[in-house]
Design a protein around this ligand. Structure first.
Ligand code: NDP
Length: 294
């Protein structure tokens, strides 16, 4: 391996420590801690783990955590009623409705019901539009975490060729918007892209958000590129009956060519949660009429 392994765990921890300091300052100024409400509907095991760890991280950062757990057969109306309640609760700065919702619910309707000022996931169309037009927005946590790692690595991204693979509303599109905002030259690839390996070979920056285990091979990577692997894929391990996590990039191969690369796990994942805390802190400041924290 020649590439530097980008340590998202350490970067995430450093960010969480900064957020904790700023949260304590916010409390000293306003008399209350920033608050994050999480809403989990049903018993999906992965979602339960995510929500629990978000609640724990919130408390560790000295912020208030309000956890709401609703049964899987909750009506969409009842969920929307809870969202309205949280919109009107002054102690709540951030509202996170854990996705996916059960199939009888329309997640875009639920997201649209969240007050954009409390939309710490950054999924509300108002925040997507604000990001796209260069206004202050709450930005989706995962791409925000990727950008943080890229800037740590490269400093300025101005003029770099960036290829984002994936065009989802939660990762690919906001990632592209953030990179455009940093004056990178951005290509967004997806399942209909022709000659994907050739497209990726042009990139100084590769952000892979596809959801296909190890699809991006080492010989697609331009020598010296920085590779950010968003993918989280569970595959069978060599040990009978066991599984392991891999990214969308064939890590071993790509690490022979890239200058720096995020591992899976331990790369982008820990940044996502750190950015959720940071978004909650930012939302709290804006709601209190204070300037954004450093
Ligand atoms: P989506 O399934 O919503 O989007 C996947 C994107 O990849 C789509 O735009 C799709 O194209 C594209 N794609 C699929 N197959 C190919 C292909 N063969 N060639 C090129 N492009 C392809 O996924 P998400 O954006 O939600 O997530 C992507 C990955 O990131 C997943 O592994 C997910 O688990 C992970 N993730 C990790 C997070 C973290 O905290 N680390 C947070 C969020 C997601 P098209 O639009 O044409 O269908």
């Amino acid at each position: 391996m020649t590439a530097k392994r980008i340590d998202g765990k350490a970067a995430g921890l450093a960010l969480r420590e900064q957020v904790a300091v700023a949260a304590a300052e916010f409390q000293a100024r306003t008399g209350r801690a920033p608050g994050l409400a999480t809403v989990l509907v049903g018993e999906d095991p992965a979602s339960s783990v995510y929500v629990r760890s978000k609640g724990k991280a919130t408390a560790e950062a000295g912020m208030e955590s309000f956890a709401h757990h609703l049964p899987a057969d909750t009506s969409e109306e009842a969920l929307l009623d809870l969202v309205v309640l949280l919109n009107n609760d002054d102690r709540v700065d951030g509202i996170l409705v854990q996705l996916p919702l059960p199939p009888h619910m329309d997640s875009s309707r639920v997201i649209a019901a969240i007050d954009p000022a409390k939309d710490v996931d950054g999924f509300h169309p108002v925040n997507a539009g604000r990001l796209a037009t260069g206004l202050d927005a709450l930005v989706p946590c995962t791409p925000l975490g990727c950008l943080h790692l890229l800037k740590n690595e490269l400093g300025s991204l101005s003029g770099k060729d960036a290829v984002v693979i994936g065009r989802s509303n939660i990762v690919g599109k906001p990632m592209a918007m953030l990179l455009i905002g940093e004056s990178a030259t951005v290509t967004v690839a997806h399942s209909r892209t022709r000659d994907l390996p050739d497209v990726v070979r042009r990139a100084d920056i590769v952000v892979a958000a596809v959801g296909r285990p190890e699809m991006i091979r080492g010989d697609w990577i331009k020598p010296g590129a920085v590779v950010i692997d968003v993918g989280i894929n569970r595959v069978a391990a060599a040990d009978e009956g066991k599984t392991r996590l891999v990214g969308d990039v064939a890590f071993g191969e790509a690490a022979e060519v890239a200058s720096a690369i995020t591992p899976v796990p331990g790369g982008v994942g820990p940044m996502t949660i750190a950015m959720l805390l940071r978004n909650t802190l930012v939302a709290a400041h804006r709601r209190a009429g204070l300037a954004d924290p450093e």
